[in-house]
Design a protein around this ligand. Structure first.
Ligand code: B12
Length: 366
């Protein structure tokens, strides 16, 4: 295992057995119901104005917490969950939900789950305590910071994305290209940084879901339109299949990786967001790529990502492709690439094309 950018950290220990974890997954709904009921018994009056819809949203939030908590347990790390907690506190805090209410519900759900583990139960409550403690340490970033300096037109470009000003955004990218900046560099330093900032503004309730959707759609079109201006180099004869794993709806970062590989001469099939594992594996069996690049955004997608990698290796025992992973959760915790069973990890689309490319160097000539 190696990283394209730096050495991989040591593998992480497992916290609880996979049998116990499966049991917890089965209890997810019951744990959320239990905490929702307990919460409404205690604080129901305070949320009465939101009626049945409020209760439904509370239950959905509790499910969402467990979607992050349970797959993170399998990694043995508290850090990915504490990062999630920092985010959820800020996001719900901006919508007037106090963080004590989040913590109380988490404790109730974890106590409920811990009861089913018998002697191993305290491991789970200790783990939650560690995650809660870590999440209260000041200055913890919710999303790993970008490794690349933004351009000074960032604010203007962000405004163009948020207002759907495609013409203006295209012009700004074209200007940067004529100053000698490469398209992938612009995607990472400009588009990625703007989308990160827009995400933070949504989290703080300063930007609506509609504005965020418009910005993403505008960014995607601008990237596609500028990409079309670049003649593709001669093929290296190496094939890559790219996909966001099942459950991951984020695809712009994957597209940047796709652009980087294609502009470097790879033959690329980019399957986009939320690719069902079964179909991903079939596509790989049929097209037989040298490289599979998987995007994983959240801890809640770790179990599916690991399963996908196992399935790919099983389906191609004789000619297994190299598997590289990336995405938000891995940028925050690169050691998880090992947990997933990947061959490599890269932080961003620029790192994928930085020479020497170890993955490329190891590939047999076709
Ligand atoms: C646009 C967006 C969406 C869109 C995505 C549309 C699309 N077609 O992609 C939609 C609306 C679908 C969406 C949904 C959600 N989102 Co969203 N989203 C974003 C936003 C604003 C931008 C994402 C993006 O494109 N970033 C820019 C790209 C370029 O960055 P990137 O993905 O990290 O990719 C780079 C690297 O990670 C790396 N990389 C990525 N993949 C790969 C793969 C390989 C192999 C390699 C080598 C590298 C690599 O290279 C890329 C380029 O350099 C982010 C904010 C942010 N911080 O990014 C929030 C954000 C990620 N979303 C967030 C949330 C909460 C959600 C939802 C849960 C919201 C909801 N309640 O429904 C859902 C979950 C959906 C799901 N199950 O996946 C939060 C996550 C918070 C957290 N820490 O848990 C964020 C951080 C916003 C925020 N600050 O609150 N989202």
């Amino acid at each position: 295992m190696y990283s394209l950018a730096e050495p991989m950290p040591q593998p992480v220990p497992r916290l609880i057995s996979s049998e116990d974890l499966q049991r917890l997954f089965l209890l997810k709904g019951a744990a959320a119901d239990y905490a929702c009921q307990a919460f409404y018994d205690k604080f129901g009056e305070r949320y009465a104005q939101f009626g049945e819809r409020g209760r439904q949203l509370c239950l959905e939030d509790l499910h969402h917490h467990l979607d992050f908590l349970l797959p993170t347990l399998a990694t043995g790390l508290a850090a990915p969950f504490s990062a999630y907690l920092c985010w959820v506190r800020e996001m719900l805090g901006a919508r007037h939900i106090p963080s004590e209410h989040i913590d109380i519900c988490l404790r109730w759900m974890v106590e409920y789950l811990a009861n089913s583990l018998g002697e191993e139960g305290p491991l789970l409550t200790d783990w939650l305590d560690a995650a809660l403690r870590e999440s209260n340490e000041p200055g913890r970033p919710v999303v790993a910071p970008s490794r690349h300096a933004p351009f000074d037109i960032q604010t203007r470009f962000e405004d163009a994305l948020l207002t759907g000003d495609r013409r203006g955004a295209l012009q700004m990218v074209a200007d940067l290209e004529s100053q000698g900046h490469g398209l992938v560099e612009i995607e990472v330093r400009l588009v990625e940084n703007c989308l990160r900032s827009i995400g933070q503004r949504w989290q703080r309730n300063e930007v609506s879901v509609a504005q965020e959707h418009l910005a993403t759609a505008t960014a995607s079109t601008v990237m596609a339109e500028r990409f079309a201006h670049h003649p593709l180099p001669a093929s290296l004869g190496h094939k890559a299949v790219l996909a966001s794993v099942q459950g991951n709806q984020h695809s712009v970062g994957l597209r940047m990786v796709s652009d980087a590989l294609e502009l470097a001469g790879w033959d690329v099939q980019c399957l986009g967001a939320n690719t069902p594992t079964r179909d991903l594996v079939r596509q790989i069996q049929q097209w037989q790529p040298d490289l599979v690049a998987l995007s994983v955004a959240f801890p809640s997608q770790l179990a599916d990502a690991r399963h996908a990698i196992q399935q790919i290796r099983q389906a191609c025992p004789l000619n297994s492709p190299r598997i590289i992973v990336g995405g938000m959760v891995l940028n925050q915790h690169p050691g998880l690439a090992d947990f997933l069973g990947a061959d490599a990890f890269a932080h961003d689309a620029l790192a994928v094309t930085v020479p020497p490319l170890p993955l490329l160097g190891e590939l047999p000539a076709r």
